[in-house]
Ligand binder design. Structure first.
Ligand SMILES: Cc1cc2nc3c(=O)[nH]c(=O)nc-3n(C[C@H](O)[C@H](O)[C@H](O)COP(=O)(O)OP(=O)(O)OC[C@H]3O[C@@H](n4cnc5c(N)ncnc54)[C@H](O)[C@@H]3O)c2cc1C
Length: 411
């Protein structure tokens, strides 16, 4: 990103196109999702819109150009995510599986692996999905912990030309796929004799070998298909191992850099919607007093504090996504700040905006609480801030030669 804070003509077009798509499709989808009590049926409501998005080329936009897609830079990604997540962040999370699941394929995949695993996501029709199967029901923050800790519990055992994978996975979007027979591609974090490793399981190998134990009923991001599954004797060719055995810890951490950076912009999308609601309320509501409540300076102060934090989180997320997608040497640090600062600011800002509106905000039919429910997810998804993300910052700060000015380029 050259240091200009104005959107280019192309980015303006991207923003308008994304906004049009969101207003035409995602607003209604979000209403339908809110009205459907069953979590599985709720997740399936997204499928027709998903197919439209694929036809419109948005899925290919998630695949970087060197790998056959039409993906742009980090600020482009931020613009698209903000416009869509303002209406339906769960839809964006459902579609964005390839961003995480294919990241290790781009990093260490052989040309043959890249061709085979990326191909489903270059389609112009259908609703192909990918899952990064890292999280496990008993916890994932310590997935790299050596014995006697459990660490990663899912195992892959060599059997002739195949790996045989067994274990339980949880939370990742689309683990069961649309029909319970798995996503098109699942990148499985598992333990092989050589350590924590990544193995890609394709749909044809997963079909019939997934038991869906439970579909989570989330208070926000309610259209996400998040489930707990068992992988039972999934036989995968030996050629589906990514990189070397034992490389899985580093590859997994790297896979979550871009998604960590993006959480800041998800939080911005929720804050922007909440701000709009509270601001309009303050301009129009007198609450029995002589004038609109914005005439009280305390109300304006709360709005001003919120606005400043939204702008700060947006700029940070743009910078972080730009760093992640351009593989800047400080991409990890930027991503961690965007994840931690963005997600925690989201909860803080929306809570304070609820105080501006007052008790009306605590009504489920008033459109503010839903954004808090979304924001509450962001500190705990994509690696929880306590168990995963702040620990990564801790490691970074203790690493030899860490220069606090390097990320900004001011060293
Ligand atoms: C909508 C949604 C989408 C998701 N998408 C994915 C996905 O695509 N792929 C995927 O694999 N997962 C996904 N997840 C799960 C998510 O990424 C979690 O952040 C991840 O499972 C880690 O959880 P955790 O940080 O709570 O760790 P846990 O292991 O569950 O730890 C729980 C708590 O224990 C404490 N703790 C544990 N160990 C330590 C430690 N060493 N130091 C300090 N504190 C510690 C912390 O307080 C931590 O919060 C998703 C979840 C949701 C809700």
């Amino acid at each position: 990103m050259s240091v200009s804070f104005s959107l280019s003509e192309q980015q303006e077009q991207l923003k308008h196109g994304a906004r049009q798509f969101a207003e035409a499709n995602l607003r209604d989808l979000a209403d339908a999702v809110r009205a459907e009590p069953d979590p599985l049926r709720r997740a399936h409501l997204a499928r027709p819109v998903f197919e439209k998005a694929v036809q419109a080329g948005f899925l290919k936009g998630l695949i970087p150009q060197p790998f056959g897609g039409i993906g742009g830079g980090g600020v482009d990604a931020a613009i698209l995510i903000e416009e869509w997540a303002a209406h339906s962040p769960d839809f964006v999370i459902s579609m964005a599986g390839p961003l995480i699941a294919l990241a290790p394929v781009y990093e260490v995949g052989t040309p043959e692996q890249i061709q085979r695993f990326v191909a489903p996501f270059l389609a112009d029709t259908g609703a192909p999905v990918a899952a990064m199967a890292y999280s496990e029901p008993g916890g994932s923050a310590n997935f790299d912990a050596p014995a006697p800790a459990e660490g990663t519990r899912t195992t892959a055992v060599a059997d002739g030309d195949h790996w045989v994978i067994n274990g339980s996975k949880a939370w990742a979007s689309h683990l069961p796929g649309w029909d319970g027979d798995g996503p098109d591609v699942m990148t499985v974090v598992c333990r092989t004799p050589g350590g924590v490793s990544l193995i890609v399981a394709e749909r044809e190998q997963l079909a019939g070998h997934i038991e869906t134990e439970h579909v989570y009923d989330l208070p926000g991001l309610a259209g996400c298909l998040t489930a707990r599954i068992n992988l039972v004797d999934v036989r995968v060719p030996r050629a589906n191992l990514l990189g070397e055995e034992g490389q899985g810890v580093a590859l997994t951490r790297n896979a979550f850099i871009g998604s960590g950076a993006s959480i800041g912009i998800f939080a911005v999308a929720a804050m922007r919607q909440a701000f709009d609601i509270a601001y309009r309320f303050a301009l129009s509501e007198k609450r029995g007093g002589p004038g609109p409540i914005i005439e009280h300076q305390a109300v304006s102060d709360a709005l001003a504090d919120a606005k400043g934090k939204i702008e700060a989180a947006r700029l940070l997320a743009w910078r972080a996504l730009d760093a992640a997608l351009s593989q800047h040497p400080s991409a990890l640090e930027w991503a961690l700040h965007s994840k931690v600062f963005g997600s925690e600011t989201g909860v803080e800002v929306i809570t304070s905006l609820m105080r501006v509106v007052g008790v009306s905000a605590y009504d489920k039919d008033f459109p503010l609480l839903r954004h808090l429910n979304e924001a509450l997810a962001y500190p705990v998804i994509e690696g929880g801030n306590i168990g995963v993300r702040r620990r990564q910052l801790h490691d970074l700060f203790r690493s030899t030669g860490f220069d606090p000015l390097a990320a900004s380029g001011m060293a």
